[in-house]
Ligand binder design. Structure first.
Ligand code: SAM
Length: 278
C-alpha cells in the first residue's frame, strides 16, 4: 500500500525538526575529511514545489517553513543556506527533502544511497539526482537496501529512516530493522523519524528501542498541540542513535523557540531526552 506522497506534507512542522536535526548531524560529519556514506531508506521525491496542487491542498508548509523568517534565526544559518540554494528569491517556493539537503553537503569522497518505492516519487527522485556520480537512487525496499549496504566501506555513516507509518506495524518494524542494522554497524549514526498520533504507540516504540540493547540514544520532539486522539499528528520526533556530541545542546536550545513558532495552541510543545546513555 503506497498511498502516501510527501508532496502533501513537505515543509510542515515535522519536516522542520527532521531536517534541522539532519543538517546538524551532517555539519558534524563534515568536520573530518574522512569519507562518509548516507543511506536514506525512505527518500521521497527529493524536492517539492510548494505551489503545486498537492502542497496547496493541505497548506501544511504554512504551519512550518513559511513561518520561519531566517533573518531571525542566525543559529539556523546552514539550514537557511541549504533551503535558499533551491530558491531564487527570499520566498520559499521549493522545499528540499532529505536527499536534496544531503546533496548540498556531499563532498567528492562521500556517497549517498537513496531508496524510494512509490513509482512516481522514484522517477522524480531519479530525475533530481541524474548526473550526480556519488548519489545512487534505487526503486527498492529501503530496509532491504540498508541490509545490503552495511557496514559501508567508509565505516562512517548516517542512516535516515523516515517511513510514512501507514500501517500500525511499521512502528515495530522500524525498531526491529534498526536493531538488526545496529548489530552489523554499531558505530553508525541512525536518525529515525516518528509521528505522534497515539502517544501509547510511541511509548511502546521507545520502550522497545530502549530494551534492544542499543546504547547512546537521544530523542527530540516538537509539537503543535498537546497529545490528542482527535487531531491526527500533533507532534513528531527524531530518535538519534550515536548522536554527535553537540546535538543535544544545539537542539535543546532551539526547541523552545521552534515550539513557539509552530504552536497551534498558545503553549510550547517539545521534549528532549537521553533515552539511553553511552
Ligand atoms: N525522507 C523524505 C524527506 O525527508 O524529504 C520523506 C520521506 S516520506 C515521509 C516516506 C517515503 O517512503 C514515501 O515517499 C514512500 O513512498 C516511501 N516508502 C514507503 N515504504 C517504503 C519502503 N519500504 N522502502 C522505500 N521507500 C518507501
Amino acid at each position: 500500500m503506497l498511498s502516501y506522497r510527501h508532496s502533501f506534507h513537505a515543509g510542515n512542522f515535522a519536516d522542520l525538526l527532521k531536517h534541522i536535526v539532519l543538517v546538524e548531524i551532517l555539519d558534524h560529519l563534515l568536520k573530518k575529511d574522512t569519507a562518509f556514506d548516507y543511506i536514506d531508506t525512505h527518500a521521497g521525491a527529493g524536492l517539492y514545489d510548494l505551489r503545486s496542487a498537492q502542497s496547496q491542498k493541505t497548506l501544511e508548509h504554512s504551519g512550518g517553513i513559511a513561518r520561519l523568517n531566517f533573518a531571525d534565526w542566525p543559529e539556523l544559518d546552514r539550514y537557511a543556506e541549504v533551503v535558499g540554494s533551491f530558491n531564487k528569491t527570499d520566498a520559499v517556493n521549493f522545499y528540499p527533502g532529505s536527499p536534496s539537503i544531503v546533496g548540498c553537503f556531499l563532498r567528492p569522497q562521500d556517497r549517498a544511497w537513496l531508496f524510494e518505492l512509490h513509482p512516481q516519487d522514484y522517477q522524480l527522485l531519479q530525475k533530481n539526482f541524474a548526473g550526480r556520480k556519488n548519489i545512487r537512487v534505487y526503486h527498492t525496499d529501503g530496509f532491504d537496501g540498508l541490509k545490503a549496504l552495511i557496514p559501508p566501506r567508509s565505516r562512517r555513516g548516517l542512516v535516515l529512516i523516515d517511513p510514512s507509518y501507514e500501517i500500525k506495524s511499521d512502528y515495530d518494524l522500524v525498531i526491529d530493522q534498526v536493531a538488526k542494522a545496529y548489530k552489523k554497524f554499531s558505530q553508525g549514526i541512525y536518525a529515525i523519524w516518528y509521528p505522534v498520533v497515539d502517544r501509547n504507540t510511541i511509548q511502546r516504540m521507545q520502550k522497545k528501542l530502549i530494551n534492544s540493547g542499543i546504547r547512546n540514544i537521544q530523542c527530540f520532539e516538537l509539537g503543535v498541540m498537546p497529545d490528542s486522539r482527535e487531531h491526527g499528528m500533533t507532534a513528531s520526533g527524531m530518535l538519534v542513535i550515536n548522536p554527535p556530541w553537540t546535538l543535544m545542546s544545539k537542539i535543546s536550545a532551539l526547541l523552545p523557540k521552534l515550539a513557539t513558532l509552530v504552536s497551534q495552541c498558545g503553549s510550547q510543545i517539545y521534549q528532549c531526552a537521553t533515552l539511553v546513555e553511552e
